[in-house]
Design a binder for this molecule. Structure first.
Ligand SMILES: [Zn+2]
Length: 296
């Protein structure tokens, strides 16, 4: 009997010591070198060559901490810290002139945008030139298969990805949003959402900023000093969703169609209207092909 009790006590003791980390090797923070005790819960990316003390862990923005602790290695952490240091200037400059809900705002003058709520710790400011991937979309709470229903409830979100430093941030923009389905069918699994005008507006501003940056990055874009509002108006006039729709052919086709379809109810003179069309044409052309091109 005593033997059984002793054995049980040994087993329990062994399990407790395992949990307390007695048998785990002593470790040091990979960044500052401070020794971590066995019971510390600040292991990060343990399988990914990264181990941090609480102080070094706290330098990671709370908005991306979960993602960082799951996927970063040592070099990713260093890249992030360097980026974070250099982005302090962006935070000072930031003056948004567009916003959507609490979790997305854009500063078109400095080419910056903010994901998250600026009045908490949970926000990050990025330059459009840094973006490697992004998505702004609607996520339905549920889609009842087989039920024909033209209204959906869900949330709008934004996702931003950078490759260096490795950052993935995803924020809800609005919850409990009701959207109409453009088309739906009994067996149709693809849903075409009809977004609200407000959402489309912010998406358009975001796309234009990104578009300008990607063209700048790939050398196609020439500095026009264009106002985002002007570009938006020109796109709307030509009924384009984004600058991706702009080509020499599509521009010409749309310009001709607009001039032909001049509406008699319009109070402006024919001349003013065609001037507007031509100005929009020139602006969109210069956004995509630069200023010094043959516009014929
Ligand atoms: Zn440390």
């Amino acid at each position: 009997m005593i033997f059984v009790l002793l054995l049980a006590a040994l087993i329990v003791g062994f399990i407790i010591s395992l949990q307390k980390g007695v048998f785990r090797n002593a470790a040091n923070c990979h960044v500052c070198g401070v020794q971590l005790t066995g019971t510390e819960q600040n292991w990060v990316g343990y399988k990914n060559d990264l181990c941090l003390c609480n102080k070094c862990l706290d330098r990671i923005n709370p908005l991306i901490k979960t993602y960082a602790t799951q996927t970063w290695n040592y070099q990713d952490y260093i890249n992030y810290i360097n980026w974070d240091e250099s982005s302090k200037e962006m935070r000072k400059q930031y003056k948004p002139n567009y916003s959507y809900g609490d979790n997305l705002s854009i500063d078109t003058e400095h080419n910056l945008f903010c994901v998250g709520d600026r009045y908490t710790d949970y926000y990050m400011i990025f330059n459009f030139s840094e973006i490697d991937d992004f998505e702004m979309n609607f996520r339905p709470e549920e889609i009842k298969e087989g039920i024909i229903n033209d209204k959906l409830i869900g949330s709008e979100f934004v996702r931003v990805d950078l490759l260096t430093p490795k950052i993935h941030v995803e924020e809800t923009l609005k919850e409990n949003v009701k959207l109409k389905l453009k088309t739906t069918g009994f067996f149709k699994k693809e849903y075409d959402f009809q977004f609200t005008d407000e959402f489309l507006d912010i998406l358009r501003v975001f796309s234009i900023c990104l578009n300008i940056e990607s063209q700048r990055r790939y050398g196609n874009y020439q500095q026009t000093g264009a106002d985002i509002d002007e570009v938006q108006k020109a796109l709307a006039l030509f009924m384009f969703d984004s600058l991706d729709d702009v080509s020499k052919e599509s521009l010409k086709k749309q310009r001709n169609a607009l001039i032909k379809a001049f509406h008699p109810d319009n109070n402006e003179s024919n001349e003013t209207y065609s001037q507007k069309i031509n100005a929009a044409y020139d602006l969109l052309y210069s956004m995509v092909y630069g200023n010094n091109q043959n516009m014929n």
